[in-house]
Write a protein that binds this ligand. Sequence first.
Ligand SMILES: C[S@@+](CC[C@H](N)C(=O)[O-])C[C@H]1O[C@@H](n2cnc3c(N)ncnc32)[C@H](O)[C@@H]1O
Length: 378
Amino acid sequence: MKLKEVTEGKVRIFVPDPKEYMIEGKFDPSWAPVFYNPKMTFNRDLSVIVVSLLKPKIILDALSATGIRGIRYYVESWKSEQLILNDKNSTATSLIQINVKNNGIENAKIYNKDANVLLYEIKSEYIDIDPFGSPVPFILSSINATIRNGIVAFTATDLSPLEGSSRTSCRRKYDAINYKLSSSKELGLRILIGKIIREAAMLEKTVYPLFSFYADYYYRLFVRVESGARKADENINKNLKYFGECPRCGFQTFVDENCKIKCPICGENFIIIGPLYIGPLHNMEFLKRMIDIYNNFNYLSSFNRIQKLLNVIEKEAKYKSVFYNISKLASKLKVSAIPPIDSILECLGDASKSHFAPTGIRTDKGYEEIIRCVKNLR
Ligand SMILES: C[S@@+](CC[C@H](N)C(=O)[O-])C[C@H]1O[C@@H](n2cnc3c(N)ncnc32)[C@H](O)[C@@H]1O
């Protein structure tokens, strides 16, 4: 395999030379013998900041590919007592050996196993699950492998089931009913968290989101795992519900499983999806700590983007409701000229933008007030 050295963050990593794996002048990272996707740098950069706050004694990067993620944690976030890197592809683990050595890491343990085998053999305080597509096959094993209220970080790139475009796939993988709705970008993340809560409950554990976001074509989610059947029950009872959107007037709300599914505004039948998680998408204290320290990472190539994302998330995190997608709402209301988002925010007073969509606004003010602002400012 012909290699090329790349720099990401503070590490230098050998990756398969993309020139060798071009087809008709195009390159897709999944065509190379070992996967390296530069488009995921933003995901890794933010994860470096998260891990620098967590300082776990053991880090397990269960699906390592080139090893870049775990290596970056060790070099840039925190020198954990143990760094464990794993991939079932033996070409990947040979490359991980080279990359670990090249970055001066002496104590890394490298495994060439199916992650689901390894995760039932060892325990860790921080587990990274960064798969191709859906993290579902690794939810139960990763939750099971956490110790001391540990953290699992999930990437999900299978947005089409989560956002309701592939409904049967969502039913199959996430055991949730789904439709494409106005705020599906956020609802997809909530379906994923709902699935993790239900899987964790089987082990008498539960999870609480620490930090999460949507970017490009994926979700990234960090959850804290806690043990106890009672906690699992409480989280399910309090935070697992359904979500309804009125196809006629765009009113949206969380609903109970057995609710009468008529829109209270116009009487139309709701479209209901779920089950999904209705609680906070971040731990506010942790978010504050991220905001306090991210300036230490101004060497990162995605620093400006991180700054923008954290600024928006900081503002939107205080609202409990799902964001309203103003362009979708305006089209349901037959408002042809969408008012500028800033004018709507000003009209609402207590509201923010949402990182999930450029035309998203988040507020705990009622539907009528949102409509008044959308219509008045037409
Ligand atoms: C998306 S890549 C990981 C990328 C890497 N984390 C990064 O940030 O660059 C997914 C990796 O998981 C590996 N993989 C897929 N299924 C696996 C399994 N069941 N057990 C272990 N590794 C697996 C693949 O070989 C691939 O290298």
